[in-house]
Design a binder for this molecule. Sequence first.
Ligand code: HAM
Length: 419
Amino acid sequence: MAFKSPKGTRDFYPNLMRVQNHIFSIWKNTCKAFGYEEYEGPVFEQLELYTQKSGEEIVEQLYCFKDKGGRDLALRPELTPSLARMVNLKAPELKFPLRWFAVPRLYRYERAQKGRLREFYQLNMDIIGCTSLTAEADLISAVIEMLCAFGLNDKDFAVGLSSRRLIREFLAAQIPEDKIGQVYRVLDKRGKITEDLFNKMLTDLSISQGAIESINSFLNATTLSELKQMQCGGLLDDAVTELEELFNTLERVGYTGYLQLDLSIIRGLDYYTGVVFEVFDRNKSLRAIAGGGRYDNLLANLGGKQLSGVGFGIGDVVLYELLKEKGLLPEKIYGPDYFIVTFGDVDADLLSFARALRGRGKKVLYPLESVKVKKQMSQAVESGADKVIFFGSDKAPAGHFEVKNLETREQAIVAFDDL
Ligand code: HAM
């Protein structure tokens, strides 16, 4: 029996790799346009790095193992703890604020479902060492610009903004402090379960009926003015003002149509403390495309200085599904500049000619075996080459070559120096 790839992984055959490279190149070009620098960490880390601060959900999904030296390790389910660890180690030498990006391959033992796999790629953009809301604005601008660069627009996706700080302060006014952690986890499930089950889960945590009602109306608020009316004795003022400032800035930059207030966004990871956001497709038929937020204490909690971070991750799997749904996957194959069609043998003369062309910075392909010219022509078309050069043709004078443009079908005799 032939082996299949393990459940939740993908085989990237060249046709899929081409799409993958398209995704990577738009990701990376956007990061560069925003001036972020690339970094990378190890694929496995000490297990404890995740069990300490990432939260229950991620820990349940860990691929962990003991190595031959008896060390407890885990394949990385996300990059943020590695980033915090790396920054902590070099903090005295680094110039803050940092604007860094990475494209790690990540591993989560997830239930198989559309848009979620066990092995996937995720672009991460993070700013460390900046408490200003401009950091959030920069990252949200980047995710919007990046998705637009794929050909998507505000009819296809929206950025939902929420605030952990606001939710925490609201909950603190409603329920006992020691219940907040458990309630967060129920809140995070809200979009995925029925209203009755949601209410029951809160009742099971001994949350009063009155508090459940106010939690529901708080989470349903869609405008900042609704929130302001709900002010719990001024307790929420600062957190609401923070969201308002961020909305104002992003609206003035021109992103109004992309933004939504969505307090049902809690984020499954424990370390977020401030503004949090997720990107969704407008039909909400897919899982979140991207998610992130501010984490004030993660670096300090992992033994470093008190440095605030903010960042997001965007996965390749949901993005691929969305691009496919919208007909935005690249179709054109970017092949070589020239395919050499030979009238003679495939021999050292042909290979030297290809070498000379590559020396001029051209991408060059040639047949690997002597086959009929017609067959070579179809190989050239399949390869996506821009042009064919006829090698050994008697139509061209010495030092010249007959060249055919495969798109326009035009044919010309060109001197080697002009190729
Ligand atoms: P996250 O919400 O767990 O955040 O993941 C962010 C994105 O990664 C998701 O919106 C989704 O596109 C993709 N993703 C997550 N799990 C899977 C999966 N099993 N299969 C396919 N795609 C997946 C984080 O990971 C944070 N560390 C992001 C961050 C960076 N926060 C601050 N900086």
